[in-house]
Design a protein around this ligand. Structure first.
Ligand code: SAM
Ligand code: SF4
Length: 327
């Protein structure tokens, strides 16, 4: 058995977020600039066999959870086939997907059959005009995708809502009701200063502690739990099945319990969402590195994992957009 991954701060690394593409069919205002097309060249994308090799190495080193993300993962051709091969890797216990759901209606069943067990879907508004303004896309497609995911048997389905002042802050209650009606889990997210788009969005920053306090005046909130490896803190709305998660990288950062790293489409292993520390795996893979050397390289990277992000202290620091890292 290979030695497990523990970083210098005693944190076990057991979760890999795998960005299978930096492309996307939407342009969410806080994530990617309108009209952006400066994407990674296809010859720089890790091939599926290369991805499998890296994830197999992580699994031998104790990683149990893998999340497919992007960009929009469903724009990468053959995603269900990749998912099936990752789900079969020894040691992988939990394979999940983050998606904007525009293409989910077509792929939900295949993903479920491939072994994807949990879904996170981004949805910031229930109003078509507003959805168009925030993302450039059509809300109907997302709602169709959510329905298809339920029909395919995904449970739980978590909706991720980035809350922005003057944009969608007034829809918190509507979203709560929508999730109660449709049996979904709801998670609110604070805007993060990733790239110029993220920095502009932080002008619309809303402290989720305030949102929680407001919800607490309207609903009886009791402590809640949800499966998953992430940083959300949950409450349950009493008398309903609804669980609400708060992802608060800014108002209450959760770095002390960080258990994850991120692999981008070009094979860069990012050690922290909010720092530049990384390991370029593609050149090593393409130079014919052995499995043992690959494991050693991963261990070496984990030994350099930063203690925490500095979104508050150095908001100008991270140049890459969230879509490039695998948010
Ligand atoms: N395209 C997929 C989606 O939208 O779910 C997966 C990738 S997306 C980059 C992952 C998550 O990052 C989404 O929930 C999105 O809302 C969030 N995100 C992107 N940019 C962000 C920012 N600047 N601040 C906070 N969350 C952000
Ligand atoms: Fe695309 Fe997701 Fe970024 Fe929106 S948040 S632009 S859907 S990658």
């Amino acid at each position: 058995m290979s030695t497990q991954l523990v970083d210098p701060f005693g944190r076990s690394i057991e979760y890999v977020r795998l960005s299978v593409t930096d492309r996307c069919d939407l342009r969410c205002s806080y994530c990617m600039p309108k009209g952006f097309r400066d994407f990674e060249e296809p010859e720089h994308w890790l091939r599926f066999d290369e991805i499998e090799r890296v994830i197999a190495a992580f699994a031998r080193l104790g990683a149990r959870r893998i999340r497919l993300t992007g960009g929009e993962p469903l724009v990468r051709k053959g995603l269900p086939e990749l998912a099936a091969s990752l789900a079969r890797l020894p040691g992988v216990e939990d394979l999940s997907l983050s998606t904007n759901a525009t293409r989910l209606a077509r792929h939900a069943l295949a993903l479920r059959q491939a072994g994807v067990s949990r879904l996170n879907i981004s949805l910031d508004t229930l109003r078509p005009e507003r959805f168009k303004a925030i993302t450039g896309g059509k809300l109907d497609k997302v709602l169709d995708g959510i329905r298809a995911a339920g029909d395919a048997g995904f449970a739980p389905i978590k909706l991720n809502m980035v809350i922005m002042k003057g944009v969608n802050e007034d829809e918190v209650d509507d979203m709560v009701q929508f999730c109660i009606d449709h049996g979904l889990t709801l998670r609110f997210i604070e805007t993060m200063p990733m790239g110029d788009t993220g920095r502009v969005a932080t002008d619309q920053y809303v402290d989720l502690q305030d949102v929680k306090a407001r919800l607490g005046r309207r609903f009886e909130l009791i402590p809640g739990m949800m499966p998953g490896g992430g940083p959300a803190r949950y409450v349950q709305v009493a008398g309903t099945e609804l669980r609400i998660g708060f992802i608060t990288p800014i108002s209450q950062h959760f770095c002390a319990t960080c258990n994850r790293v991120r692999l981008s489409v070009d094979g860069t292993l990012y050690l922290c969402l909010g720092q530049e520390d990384k390991l370029e795996l593609r050149p090593l893979l393409r130079a014919g590195i052995s499995d043992t050397e690959l494991e050693e390289a991963i261990h070496g990277a984990i030994a350099r994992k930063p203690e925490r992000h500095e979104f508050r202290e150095k908001p100008e620091q991270v140049l890459r957009f969230m879509s490039m890292t695998g948010g």
